[in-house]
Design a protein around this ligand. Structure first.
Ligand SMILES: [Fe+2]
Ligand SMILES: [Fe+2]
Length: 179
């Protein structure tokens, strides 16, 4: 298996979540309401899975290793774009969390903000994924030997192994902080 395989498998699950979000968006349009718990769950998926676990492997392992390579200008430019898109995703998610909090507190106007941020995510994310799957992953593969690629795959597994522990430690710590 190549190192990029788990990243591409993760893209497929992110796409499935985006389809779920699309369904919720049409219901927001027809019913003029949303379940704030769904938004919480979508935010948790984005933050824990798409950002921490998935972008974490991209940024902390793949991009970091590429930084030590003599990257072609075009590849470096695309990598920078991808990093900026990850930042944009985080900013959008933060705004979604804020709109959801307002909505939960009874602000009906916040529904439009929730729909707007969800719409932004479903529009922007597939393009980001396509850029990685079709353009950036294939060209970045050329900078690594087979051995380096396999070592990176091993690092990916090790990164993933820690995630569930990090996630639930943070859940407990969040509750402890409230007491
Ligand atoms: Fe990415
Ligand atoms: Fe990705």
């Amino acid at each position: 298996m190549q190192a990029r395989a788990p990243l591409m498998i993760e893209h497929r699950l992110i796409e499935r979540m985006l389809s779920v979000v699309k369904g919720v968006l049409s219901r927001i349009e027809s019913e003029h309401e949303v379940d704030p718990v769904f938004v919480d769950t979508a935010v948790d998926f984005i933050r824990t899975y798409a950002d921490r676990t998935h972008h974490g492997k991209e940024e902390d392992i793949l991009f970091r290793k590429l930084n030590d390579k003599p990257l072609a200008d075009e590849d470096r430019r695309v990598m920078q774009e991808l990093i900026e898109e990850h930042l944009f995703g985080r900013k959008t998610t933060k705004a979604l969390v804020e709109a959801n909090a307002r909505y939960r507190n009874g602000d009906q106007n916040a529904l439009a903000g929730i729909a707007d941020k969800l719409q932004t995510l479903v529009e922007f994310y597939p393009k980001h994924i396509e850029k990685e799957d079709k353009l950036f992953f294939p060209s970045s593969r050329n900078y690594f030997s087979e051995e380096e690629d396999q070592a990176m795959l091993a690092e990916f597994w090790e990164f993933d192994r820690k995630m569930i522990h990090e996630k639930y430690k943070s859940v407990v710590e969040r509750f402890e902080g409230r007491e």
